[in-house]
Ligand binder design. Structure first.
Ligand code: C5P
Length: 406
């Protein structure tokens, strides 16, 4: 059975030439054994007739907010409660602006406002409309409120122009929708994540730091939450907002991160060390600002303690996942790290251009475990995080069932 089997998908169709692709999407959803109900805006009906969707979904299409018969049969509140997922494809620029503003003057916008289930948007519009600061701002705001945005794709547009704004292909929308239901495997489990850089003080104003932005660790925290886990995030100094629902512990130095993580690790089921922990720290921190002089100075550095190795060596360690950021010999170094630090899994990424990694929006990961490996190709960190959490969930569950057979 597929991930969408028996899931109740409310497909919202807004006005745009790409509305015709929603017919194929409806067919694919039904072929995946999802239950589908279709809601169309008035503008959408100018592009494709509701009868098409009635035939493909097997149910009458919902059109009006104030239709007396519809309200009594299945009104906007009932439709919003019915759905496991509201998927709007195509989502026009106008409709996203309405969602952002919280308008509720037609059936689809009203039920989105009343919804307590996830809402996914597959935008489709002219490239200049997509690039317009108003649309960018609306999309950013909707994402921060938890809306999922699938696409858009780049290519030829109906208007004859070419650029970013095309509706994703229906099969890609379907795959993206499936990933939303792939999660949930960590309900009742706890995940500890370390993220961001550390700062090693030289004197009261200077420190040794690194380029880590914390984006990967924060995206992992979000995905672990979405998978149903209780999440604690130990974070070095970053300019990111912690996802709502995460327990945040702020630290600055490698030593503080060590104390926080090692102290919390035994009370968590899974530990993911995504932080870029300094390997060296000044042997002593000057009490006062070091004055500039003509001659060179040197700072003595001492090794920091390895947090990941310490967690893996606890008497009752959590399922332990490390990261390996390497510029070369990625596979050899990652495998060595897995063995030397006695980890359950290592996620390796190449740092330095052209691939993602530090301070980048995208990432690609080569993941190793004791008897296998997997590759997550270059994608936005949010998607990579979801895929990595899925892999971790799978191997964590396998380890548990091996340790507790029956
Ligand atoms: O050995 P290396 O520093 O390359 O390993 C990287 C992994 O080890 C990352 O997961 C990082 O969070 C972790 N690490 C650590 N404590 C350190 C150094 C690295 O937990 N002092």
């Amino acid at each position: 059975m597929g991930l969408l089997a028996e899931k109740r998908v409310l497909l919202g169709i807004t006005g745009g030439i790409a509305a015709y692709k929603a017919a194929e999407l409806t067919r694919l959803l039904r072929a995946s054994e999802a239950q589908v109900r279709v809601v169309m805006t008035r503008a959408a009906t100018a592009f494709v007739a509701p009868l098409t969707f009635q035939a493909l979904s097997g149910h009458p299409v919902h059109l009006d907010l104030l239709d007396a018969t519809e309200e009594s049969a299945m009104g906007h509140i009932a439709l919003a409660r019915w759905a496991d997922l509201i998927l709007i494809a195509p989502a026009s620029a106008d409709f996203m602006a309405k969602l952002r503003a919280g308008l509720a003057d037609d059936l689809l916008s009203a039920l989105c406002l009343a919804a307590e289930t996830p809402i996914a948007l597959a935008p489709a519009m002219n490239r200049a409309m997509w690039a317009n600061p108003a649309t960018c701002d609306n999309v950013r705001c909707l994402k921060s409120r938890g809306f999922r945005v699938f696409g858009p794709a780049e290519g030829e547009q109906a208007c004859g122009e070419s650029g970013v704004g095309r509706l994703l292909e229906p099969s890609d929308i379907l795959r993206s929708a499936e990933t939303l239901f792939a999660l949930g495997g960590l309900t009742g489990h706890s995940v500890l994540i370390s993220a961001g850089p550390t700062r090693e003080a030289i004197d009261p104003v200077r420190y040794i730091g690194n380029r880590s932005s914390g984006k990967m660790g924060y995206a992992l925290a979000r995905s672990a939450l979405a998978a149903g886990a209780r999440v604690t995030l130990v974070s070095g100094p970053v300019s990111l907002q912690a996802p709502q629902g995460v327990k945040l512990v702020r630290v600055e130095s490698a030593a503080q991160m060590y104390e926080a993580v090692v102290g919390l690790a035994s009370s968590h089921d899974i530990y993911i060390g995504a932080a870029a922990v300094a390997d060296y720290s000044p042997a002593k921190r000057a009490e006062r600002k070091i004055k500039k002089r003509d001659e060179a100075i040197s700072i003595e550095l001492t090794r920091t303690r390895d947090i990941l190795a310490a967690v893996a060596q606890l008497s009752n360690p959590p399922f332990t996942v490390g990261f390996a950021a390497e510029t070369d010999h990625l596979e050899d170094y990652a495998k060595a790290k897995l063995a030397d630090k006695k980890l359950d899994m290592v996620a390796a990424n190449r740092v330095g251009k052209p691939e993602g990694g530090f301070d980048s929006e995208d990432n690609a990961l080569h993941v190793f475990w004791r008897d296998g490996e997997g590759y997550l190709p270059m994608a936005p960190k949010s998607l990579i995080a979801t895929q990595l959490i899925e892999l971790i969930t799978e191997h964590y569950a396998a380890k548990n069932s091996a340790q507790n057979p029956g």
